[in-house]
Write a protein that binds this ligand. Structure first.
Ligand SMILES: Cc1cc2nc3c(=O)[nH]c(=O)nc-3n(C[C@H](O)[C@H](O)[C@H](O)COP(=O)(O)OP(=O)(O)OC[C@H]3O[C@@H](n4cnc5c(N)ncnc54)[C@H](O)[C@@H]3O)c2cc1C
Length: 458
């Protein structure tokens, strides 16, 4: 047993961590991999000799754990088992002609990008960190800054191989066992362990993007910029100042891939937050000067520039352990999406609540999602506008603020992102995810997490 946290560091309960690189389990997995005929969809029944995964790994139920970059309890199972996947990190094959890549589910997005970008390919959808696993990206059906063009991660998966805890292996994809596929995309690990996946990459002219930063003064200007940018810019995102006095100002960033000739990748100084400070460094006192400084420093740098994909997509990845800055009590992220029609009014209302509470942090993102429907039964993205903010954990006052934000989201028929959540009430979850009952049919009874018990009672 060892203490384990997710990215929000809200808890550190002991877990029985089973590394899937353990020889016994992995040799069995590899044997199954090698025996291609035994794992096609025609073999839907486990072979009698195949040990049940659950028995091999642990007698209890558990949940897969990738890099623990989800903020809440989707990857946690306090006092129970987690199956840690980062040992299953082989990049199995990459076809430079077609851009198809097969890899094990513990492979990091970073390792894929490092392999394929020099060959003119890239992940079509990437979240704001590349230190996430492919399995985690599938299980949260993650989105990036280009949702309006590319949808979510699951749209680019051709096949995935799912291992149920009873030993059954299911190959699925958009055209093979599509219900299993739809349940597993965004299925927060509850349909089984994803062993490997085949991805369709997209071409890029190189690692550089032409980017532009535009300051905006209020929410209406944000929506005008978003509407104007979506036809011509693949990536759009904005930083928003959550202080009550800011009037909804922010910085709108947009980008397109471009050819930039041979250039050296910029060196990024890697920083580390070495220890957990005794109190959160993000508080009422630090927020105002930081937001002022950030807004004006970036306002001066507005205009077009050439930006390498790493700082553009993953601005925080070179600050190791940045989540420690919130101190020993950790932090929450609240990410919601609401339909576009009410977007401006709802965002204004939410920011007013947050401003009044004096909580929030400088990590605040506002962006629109396009109209593409995600394939996953529990996928988060839906057409509309998404607001994501970090909040230092101040206990009851933070939870009380979330209740007020929940009421706004509920009223607007929106939903909260499972990959970020640690506390949403069950009724809001059920209202936001109307395909829940369909999803539950695909639940692997050997899979259970703190989140699944909290929200689904499984
Ligand atoms: C700085 C930062 C920026 C982020 N930006 C974005 C963003 O822009 N968009 C976005 O969508 N998300 C974003 N995220 C969230 C992150 O991308 C997701 O939480 C992602 O799922 C993390 O992957 P992981 O490998 O750490 O998975 P974990 O957090 O370890 O697990 C996440 C879920 O995946 C399941 N899982 C993991 N591996 C497997 C497997 N092999 N088989 C089945 N289930 C599995 C777990 O059980 C759990 O339910 C961000 C996170 C951080 C820290």
């Amino acid at each position: 047993m060892k203490p384990l946290s997710s990215w929000g560091r809200l808890s550190a309960a002991p877990h029985h961590v089973v590394q899937l690189a353990d020889p016994a389990l992995v040799s069995w997995l590899l044997a199954r991999h090698a025996d291609r005929t035994a794992v096609t969809d025609s073999t839907r029944l486990p072979e009698p000799s195949a040990p049940a995964f659950r028995e091999e790994a642990s007698p209890q139920s558990g949940i897969p754990f990738g890099m623990g970059r989800s903020y809440g309890d989707a990857c946690l199972n306090g006092r129970g088992t987690v199956w840690a996947t980062t040992g299953l990190d082989h990049l199995i094959s990459f076809d430079r002609q077609s851009g198809r890549l097969r890899c094990e589910a513990g492979a990091l997005l970073r390792d894929i990008q490092e392999l394929v970008v020099p060959a003119g390919w890239m992940l079509p959808v990437t979240p704001g960190t590349q230190l996430a696993t492919v399995g985690g990206a599938i299980a949260n059906d993650v989105h990036g800054k280009n949702h309006h063009e590319m949808g979510s991660f699951g749209e680019h998966i051709l096949r995935l191989r799912l291992l149920r805890t009873d030993g059954l292996i299911i190959d699925c994809g958009p055209d093979l066992e599509p219900e299993w596929f739809a349940a597993t995309l965004g299925g927060i690990g509850l349909t089984g362990l994803v062993l490997e996946a085949e991805l369709q990459l997209r071409t890029v002219p190189g690692p550089w993007l032409e980017t532009e930063t535009i300051p905006y003064g209020n929410i209406a200007e944000f929506f005008a910029l978003a509407a104007e940018s979506e036809a011509a810019w693949e990536y759009t995102v904005s930083w928003i100042d959550c202080l009550a006095s800011s009037g909804g100002r922010g910085l709108f960033m947009r980008g397109n891939h471009c050819a930039a000739g041979a250039r050296l990748e910029p060196t990024r100084r890697s920083l580390t937050i070495p220890v957990v400070p005794p109190v959160s460094l993000v508080n009422r006192l630090s927020l105002r000067p930081f937001n002022e400084a950030y807004f004006y420093a970036n306002k001066r740098k507005t205009g077009r520039s050439l930006t390498h994909y790493k700082p553009f997509f993953y601005p925080l990845d070179n600050i190791q352990h940045w989540n420690r800055m919130y101190g020993p009590r950790g932090f929450y992220q609240y990410q919601s999406v609401v339909p576009l029609e009410q977007g401006a009014a709802v965002t204004t209302q939410m920011l007013a609540e947050i401003g009044r509470s004096g909580q929030g942090s400088f990590l605040a993102v506002l962006k629109t999602f396009g109209t593409r429907q995600s394939l996953g039964m529990l996928s988060f993205p839906q057409p509309g506008v998404t607001l994501a903010l970090d909040f230092p954990n101040k206990g009851t006052s933070t939870l009380a603020l979330f209740e007020r934000l929940d009421a706004i989201v509920r009223e607007a028929k929106g939903r909260i992102y499972l990959g970020k959540d640690a506390r949403m009430p069950r009724d809001l979850f059920e209202a936001g995810y109307p395909r829940l009952n369909e999803f539950l049919k695909y639940h692997d009874p050997g899979m259970s997490s703190e989140m699944s018990r909290r929200l689904m009672g499984i």
